[in-house]
Design a protein around this ligand. Structure first.
Ligand code: AMP
Ligand code: ZN
Length: 470
């Protein structure tokens, strides 16, 4: 198998560069995930799809068991508290918050699955990592990068000489834009919160700095370190996250660990607007993924997840997208052509994607050129030439389209018993909400090259399919 040399655009260096993982046996990627207080909108779907495509490509190049993809779940946030109070005013706050976050997280995972995204290797929740955040904050204080003021622990941006490298902002820019009057307790207006006090009616955890809750940025520094180490390969998210979120993650992680880099490559997807307008609730063009999948929010009809996926990928990930009915119609026509041409192909577990398609994607995820290559294969498949049909089907599956053709254990072949028992144990753990155990079983299988995909059967029961990359 030819393995293409990956080239990725790095926001940090503002260049497209050859990608060289720190450890090819464990390529490590972190992507900032959703804040779980409401349905994910179609803009939120973009990083889910873009980084899933990259995850698939990395697994192809380095082997499925050699890539660790972490996408966090932000389940502590003031927006969540507000939603909990609004929706469940009669419940104790903790219980109300749990209802909001559980429901939203389940919805997000089901949306991501509908969009053809593989589950990341690990999906840690912020609230399961409060101790790690506190350790990091204590380290920042010990190293004189953070201070306590008016009940908050703040990061001292002046203590980091090269703060601002990712966004290209310097402290003077920040000064000009800051609201100095409200933030008199800060040494510098650009200083940001690591830990803030909670009142009795707010969620909080005991800490050396009083009962409180973490700032937003610290959670990603803590979770990426826990699961990927102090320096890892790729960090991603939408471009609105470059400043302040990613800038501040870098400041925290590098200053706490005394390292030169938090992640070597920083990748950012462009923004999405709808029918030529910025999406906003007040304009009435705020579309959730679920709306598109199930109701007539655009074009008066529902769209399937693979059509949404292709509609998203038709524009290069770094460009802005105008999401429109016309785009959805074009994506649907194209996808159905490809799927029609691939009909009847029989896939087995080890079928690799077409090398020309993988090669185009290796150039900073150039999906447009990959789709031209795919058109070419589809024409050959239409004429039933050689193994074009088979190659087309394998490539479509690699790209995350046509999930129905995934290999399952029902093709007459005996499933190795250890996989069946591990899957049963994981389902049992999920049913008792023992997510740590469920994650550990999944990671264990992932290290053997086995990927799990959860779905609901006709009776609404959770089931798991698995796939092995050879
Ligand atoms: P949030 O829950 O707002 O933190 O967003 C989750 C992810 O979606 C982040 O990576 C954001 O950058 C991304 N995102 C939010 N809105 C858009 C949009 N309109 N277009 C593209 N990406 C977006
Ligand atoms: Zn983050």
């Amino acid at each position: 198998m030819t393995t293409p040399q990956l080239k990725l655009y790095n926001t940090l260096t503002r260049q497209k560069q050859d990608f060289r993982p720190i450890d090819p046996a464990n390529v490590r990627m972190y992507v900032c995930g959703p804040t779980v207080y409401d349905f994910a909108h179609i803009g939120n779907a973009r990083p889910v799809i873009v980084f899933d495509l990259l995850f698939r490509l990395l697994r192809h190049v380095y082997g499925a068991g050699h890539v660790t993809y972490v996408r966090n779940i932000t389940d502590v946030d003031d927006k969540i508290n507000a939603r909990a109070l609004r929706d469940f005013p009669d419940l104790p706050l903790n219980e109300a918050i749990r209802r909001v976050t559980e429901k939203t997280e389940t919805q997000f995972l089901s949306d991501a699955r509908a969009l053809g995204a593989l589950e990341p290797t690990i999906q840690p929740r912020a609230t399961d990592n409060i101790d790690q955040m506190q350790t990091l904050i204590a380290e920042l204080i010990a190293r004189n990068h953070a201070y306590n003021a008016s009940g908050e622990v703040l990061f001292d941006v002046k203590s980091m000489p090269d703060y601002g490298q990712l966004s290209g902002r310097n402290l003077e820019d920040n000064l000009a834009g800051a609201r100095i009057a409200v933030e008199a307790h800060k040494k510098n207006p650009a200083d940001f919160v690591l830990w803030k006090q909670s009142s009795d009616s707010e969620p909080g955890w005991d800490s050396p700095w009083g009962r409180g809750r973490p700032g937003w940025h610290i959670e990603c520094s803590a979770m990426s370190e826990r699961y990927l180490g102090q320096t890892f390969d790729i960090h991603g998210g939408g471009l609105d996250l470059i400043f302040p979120h990613h800038e501040n993650e870098i400041a925290q992680s590098r200053c706490a660990h005394g390292t030169h880099a938090m992640a070597n490559v920083w990748m950012h997807n462009g923004f999405l607007q709808v029918e030529g307008q910025k999406m906003s609730k007040s304009l009435g063009n705020f579309v959730t993924i679920n709306d598109l999948l199930e109701t007539g929010a655009m074009g008066g009809r529902a769209w399937s997840g693979d059509v949404l996926r292709l509609a998203m990928l038709m524009t290069h990930y770094r460009e802005p997208i105008d999401f429109s009915v016309r785009r959805l119609e074009e994506a649907e026509a194209k996808l159905r052509d490809w799927q029609r041409a691939a009909r009847g192909a029989e896939l087995s577990g080890g079928d690799a994607p077409d090398p020309s398609v993988a090669g185009e994607l290796a150039d900073d995820l150039n999906f447009h050129r990959a789709s031209v290559a795919l058109d070419f294969i589809a024409r050959k498949a239409g004429r039933d030439e050689g193994n074009a049909k088979h190659c087309l089907a394998a490539t479509l599956r690699f790209l995350g389209f046509g999930l129905d053709s995934l290999i399952t254990s029902d093709d007459g072949w005996q499933e190795p018993p250890h996989i069946a028992s591990a899957i049963a144990a994981r389902l049992a753990a999920l049913n008792t909400k023992d997510f740590a155990r469920a994650d550990s079983i999944r990671n264990d299988l992932a290290s053997q090259g086995i990927t799990l995909m959860d779905y609901k059967d006709e009776s609404g029961q959770r089931q798991t399919k698995w796939e092995m990359k050879r």
